[in-house]
Design a protein around this ligand. Sequence first.
Ligand code: AMP
Ligand code: ZN
Length: 132
Amino acid sequence: MNTNPNCLFCKIVAGTVPSEKVYEDEQVLAFRDINPAAPVHILIIPKSHIDGADALCHEHSELAAKLILTATKIAFELQLTEGWRLVTNVLTHGGQTVRHLHIHLLGGAQLGDFGVVKEFRRRPCGNNLGDF
Ligand code: AMP
Ligand code: ZN
């Protein structure tokens, strides 16, 4: 198992930084986000350090599927019957602040827009009308 001594989430895996765990098995850990953006906000991570979704390769296929299946299991157990969202932020433009692969599971209320560059959204008439 890869571990990075400077990585916050590796410290959570090791138990040297506390977390509110909601699921754990040999490969995967899920815990509550310390600064929740929704009534349910859980982070699902591989126990083995992977920098982010950009660092995934073919050998991670089974693990990547397991991360998503873990989200589905937790959403079911928490009875998020009206819906939920998975997000993984990648590098700077993606807004990744912790460089250990994690999937955010968000739910428990109607979620707002995400991933929208505000300047794009504000254009009332699309991109093809020129300036007038
Ligand atoms: P991201 O910005 O996508 O890299 O997500 C990192 C997430 O980790 C943020 O939502 C933080 O609130 C969360 N976070 C940071 N430190 C902790 C911690 N000690 N325990 C739980 N969640 C944390
Ligand atoms: Zn790590």
